[in-house]
Write a protein that binds this ligand. Sequence first.
Ligand code: GDP
Ligand code: MG
Length: 323
Amino acid sequence: MIVSEINIKLTILGQWGVGKTSMVNTIVGKDFPSMYIPTIGSNIARKEYRLTNNHIRLNIWDIGGQRSFNPLNPVFFSNLDSALLLFDLNNPKESLQEIKDTYLKNLAKYSPECVIYLIGNKSDLVKPEDSEILLNNIRKYQIQGFPIVFVSAKTQDNITELFTLVVYDFLKKLEKSGNEAQFQGISKNFLTSVAKSENQLDDLIINIDEIDSNTLHNKITPKFTKKNVKFTKNEFVPLKEIKDLKKIREFDIDKNKIKENIYSAFKNNLVVISELISELKKSPINALIENIDKSLNDLSNLNKDFELKLDSILELEKSDKNN
Ligand code: GDP
Ligand code: MG
């Protein structure tokens, strides 16, 4: 039996601090970060789902949201199958504006076929009495036509389910394209393998025009706590935007941690791209050329990303010397 590899390219976009990195860490089983560390450039994580005849790999690109030192590189918007546009339920206005002004426009231009989801993160911080204001705030932005899901990277609420939805939607699209007979029935097989039903996935999606604050609150109240969540004092200190790496010492952030993250993201990205290239061998033959092009494209993105990472390290070193 031929086992085919299905690679899905998913990008997580959103303003700095909305919880992109925390969300990726949660889905790949890493610890929830205990402090805020800005992401430099991109970091690719992989989540694997094994079915009998198919391996599904979700390649998740986590991209730094601080514009000052993470210039928005159009190449990060190309060849996407799916995109999660994250906003902060605790600070919806700014983060939704950023989605409208920047991310939606770039996606329409560079990946018009990509399936987009609008994700409100930090649902653990939404108080019942604030739900109505929150709903009105979101409605005001009129970002329509995309499924909306509320999650918490911290309590892990709806996180596994959200990624299941992304993969499920992709597989349904793949079946509809009808190019390969071997993919028929794959979306159902996938749901069975993760023990979820279509109804459970439908339940995730919030109809922002019709939902009332009570229903919303019932929806986002965790059914059970998946993790022992400790709320520290720091939790309520508002996040501050870091605009300049040279001035990083003004923030209560361990500079070495940033450097460590840059190094490990760099090494990790290289491993991912090598794996992607070696997996080309298992690509369905009619998709081979297209997949080679995509890999070359990813490789050139990572080249630019490498330069950005190197510059950032040099900048952090410089700020060491001036200290
Ligand atoms: P990024 O810049 O979008 O990658 O954001 P991070 O993942 O680095 O998170 C920014 C800050 O928000 C960190 O201090 C996280 O601890 C916090 N955070 C992220 N997700 C959640 C969440 O679901 N709930 C709460 N309460 N805090 C979160
Ligand atoms: Mg980040």
